[in-house]
Design a binder for this molecule. Structure first.
Ligand code: UT7
Length: 323
């Protein structure tokens, strides 16, 4: 039997607390004007004390299950893409499994920083298409605010917290029709670790550490690598890039998104951008943006959607899906 991984539903969650650019300009030497012009960000959501990555993930997962018309009992695979797990172990996926009351399927985390959701989506697709699992929750969830150096204006203005989730289902090709994940492309170049990393961790320092980034160097790598990944998935699926209905990018910087739009001859009305109100939520940004596009009626069943991301590692990738 041949299976496809089809999207059944999606869900999003943002913490209530909001931090504006003006709030940040009281903490570090920055301004609303600089942040908006250089990144497109106006404000971001930040988790409150005691609000954990697994809490955000569980909220998004429940919303996705509701959207799919399913319950936690229907799920036999949970993959959480996160760089900010609740604990060193067990995985945040294990904690989410318990919080939403899912049965004893498989559950694990994926760490590919901002590319995490693309890695998780591609991994879930392979599990479902192999016929071993029937329904997966694929979640991107982050509390990046916990690993920010709030005195470093080069990073603390960029990131936000949040979670987004997809429910993917293995369907036989006859049932799926042309829907489902069509292609994915995952890459990492570990020689570029120094461009974006956290200066702490279990083995190195026995501490959590803070985000360190050579922003302009990451910026210079972004448009080329992201475009390469997008072209690769479209070529694999035999679809011209310009034929996509929606471009749902990782929300790192509006100027990176615009650079890709220009390079690949896309139109601005094909782009789902949430960066102004959410900032960069790392692995959560793609499902959050996708959910925003569904919620306001732009993305509809049957549309062709292209996802992309780049992050620490450097990792980068893309996925093409008929939803
Ligand atoms: O999601 C993971 C992947 N991450 C990314 O893709 C992020 C990629 N990088 C970026 O988005 C951009 O590089 C940034 C938004 C981080 C920075 O923008 P930039 O245009 O590359 O600025 P820059 O780093 O070259 O810095 C230009 C100036 C510097 O001042 P001098 O040396 O010219 O006097 C910085 O110190 O801007 C200064 N600066 C700031 N000024 C006000 C850096 N951060 C700030 C700030 N407010 N928050």
């Amino acid at each position: 039997m041949s299976f496809k991984a089809v999207l059944r539903g999606c869900g999003a969650f943002l913490p209530e607390k909001v931090l504006t650019n003006d709030d940040l300009s009281k903490r570090v030497d920055t301004s609303d004007e600089w942040i908006r012009e250089r990144t497109g960000i106006r404000e971001r959501h930040v988790a409150s004390e005691g609000e954990l990555t697994s809490d955000l993930a569980a909220h998004a997962a429940r919303a996705a299950l509701k959207d799919a018309g399913l319950t936690a009992d229907d799920i036999d695979l949970i993959i959480v893409a996160t760089t900010t797990p609740d604990l060193t172990f067990p995985s945040t996926a294990a904690i989410v499994q318990a919080k939403i009351g899912a049965g004893a399927g498989a559950a694990f985390d994926i760490q590919a920083v901002c590319t995490g959701f693309v890695y998780a989506l591609s991994t879930a697709e392979k599990f479902l298409c192999a016929g071993q699992h029937k329904r997966a929750l694929v979640i991107g969830a982050e509390t990046f605010s916990r690993i920010l150096d709030w005195e470093d204006r080069g990073t603390c203005v960029l990131f936000g917290d949040g979670a987004g989730a997809f429910v993917l289902e293995a369907q036989e090709e006859s049932e799926a029709g042309d829907r489902g994940v069509m292609a994915s492309f995952l890459r990492c170049d570990g020689r570029l670790v120094d461009l974006l990393y956290v200066d702490g961790g279990v083995s190195a320092t026995q501490s959590t550490g803070y985000v360190r980034m050579q922003g302009n160097k990451v910026f210079r790598e972004a448009v080329t690598r992201i475009s390469q990944a997008m072209v690769a998935v479209c070529e694999e699926a035999n679809v011209p890039v310009t034929d996509i209905d929606w471009f749902v990018p990782h929300q790192a910087n509006e100027r990176i998104i615009q650079g890709v739009v220009k390079k690949l001859d896309l139109r601005n009305d094909q782009v789902i951008s949430t960066i102004a109100g959410q900032g960069n939520t790392s692995a959560a940004s793609i499902p959050l943006a996708y959910c925003a596009g569904v919620a306001d009626g732009r993305i509809k069943k049957g549309d062709l959607v292209l996802f992309e991301a780049m992050g620490g590692g450097l990792t980068w990738g893309a996925a093409l899906m008929r939803v």
